[in-house]
Write a protein that binds this ligand. Structure first.
Ligand code: NAD
Length: 369
């Protein structure tokens, strides 16, 4: 029987309450799909500042280092907003943890069930069947990290700011590998997004992606699209995409556009995969909801636990290779929501919203069925 070892970092706001539900769902899944798991809790974000004086303390790093994956809640809230920006939870916890584990691949499913299409700002006739795609974003390269990155005063007194977009073949290949894995588990269709008509990095990106897919996964149907067109197509007909692959800045923008058209942050999970392999020879990864700590509803049993539950399912899929269990959880969530078990953020007309733990209980019931 496979034993999973992961770190549990609930964080702040709604983090602990949605994490509690996700762990209960994992317990049920472990009985049904016959795996076992151990986890260690650790503090991250505001709660870690309060208890340890630092948003990402050494003790938390050690717990993560001794695990095969990280299940993460979210961090931050009004209590810590008056700290200097560099000490605030998001900046002082999220960026360092991504760096510490070289998390270079962000996997974001864009999912909207057909029963919830009224949540989307898109016209319903465009998304009658709901939305279902995955965006794979390179996370540690490109213009956010390239050097030089500075502001200079020129001889004539003018001021010049520089950001540098850099990509190496090896960086493009490793993210393409992740996109291929995602496409193989879905419709085997991959669309790579770039700006190869203008940018050198995009010319290399397109060449490397094409060659890598041809050589390693010829069964994948590969297409290419310029980023400006991709942004339009996402709003026009998101279901033309199965898996989207793109570099850091384009992915930042496109994945947020995708989140908006999918309606509620409470339903969206994400995975950030690292260069390291865990003891199962699968990517080490951090799994977290796409939303934040939702201070407005924290501690009231109002938060939607689905994003956290679906993040746990992604962990089973990508870091532990338990596809059947991951799908089982995803289907249990889908059935719960379709049957009208909805928290306030997704409640459809005529549906009486239920609480965080109640929705979790229905997911567990569906898994057990
Ligand atoms: P937010 O995502 O926390 O909330 C935005 C809106 O979405 C709120 O109305 C909230 O109630 C709702 N929402 C979010 N998740 C929900 C869920 N699971 N169920 C129901 N409703 C949900 O964004 P914000 O208000 O801009 O930020 C709040 C705090 O979270 C800030 O401190 C911010 O820095 C932090 N934050 C953290 C992360 C992270 O840890 N990755 C990401 C974004 C924001």
């Amino acid at each position: 029987m496979k034993n999973l070892k992961f770190a549990v970092l609930p964080g702040d706001g709604i983090g602990p309450e949605v994490m509690d539900v996700a762990l209960k769902v994992l317990r049920t899944a472990s009985n049904k799909y016959e795996f076992s798991f151990d986890y260690d809790f650790a503090d991250i974000g505001g709660v870690a500042i309060d208890r340890h004086g630092k948003a990402f303390p050494e003790s938390t790093f050690k717990v993560c280092e001794n695990s095969d994956a990280i299940l993460f809640g979210s961090v931050g809230g009004p209590k810590w907003e008056s700290l200097p920006p560099k000490d605030q939870p998001e900046r002082a916890a999220l960026l360092p943890i991504r760096k510490a584990f070289s998390l270079y691949a962000n996997v974001r499913p864009g999912l909207l069930y057909k029963e919830l299409t009224s949540l989307s700002p898109l016209k319903n006739e465009r998304i009658e069947a709901g939305i279902d795609l995955v965006c794979i974003r390179e996370l540690t390269g490109g213009i956010y990290f390239g050097q030089p990155k500075e502001t200079r005063i020129l001889e004539n007194g003018d001021i010049q700011a520089i950001d540098t977009m850099v990509y190496k073949k090896s960086e493009i290949e490793r993210i393409t590998e992740i996109a291929i894995s995602a496409a193989q588990l879905r419709g085997k269709k991959l669309c790579s997004v770039d700006k190869a008509n203008v940018l050198e990095t995009s010319v290399l990106w397109r060449k490397v992606v094409t060659e890598y897919v041809q050589k390693n996964a010829p069964e994948i149907e590969l297409s290419h699209m310029y980023v400006d067109n991709a942004a339009m197509q996402m709003a026009r007909d998101p279901n033309q995409f199965d898996v989207l692959l793109t570099e850091n800045m384009f992915g930042d923008i496109l994945s947020d556009e995708m989140a908006v058209i999918c309606g509620s942050l409470g339903m969206l999970a994400s995975a950030s995969l690292g260069t390291g392999k865990n003891c199962h020879n699968l990517p080490y990864g951090l799994y977290e909801p796409a939303g934040g700590t939702a201070p407005d509803i924290a501690g009231k049993n109002l938060a939607n636990p689905c994003a956290q539950i679906l993040s746990a399912a992604l962990m089973l899929r990508y870091s532990f290779g338990l596809e059947e269990a991951a799908l089982g959880i995803e289907n249990a969530v889908k059935k719960a929501v379709k049957d009208g078990n909805q928290t306030g953020d997704i409640a459809q007309e005529g549906v009486q919203p239920i609480g965080t733990s109640e929705l979790g209980a229905v997911v567990i019931e569906n898994l057990n069925a």
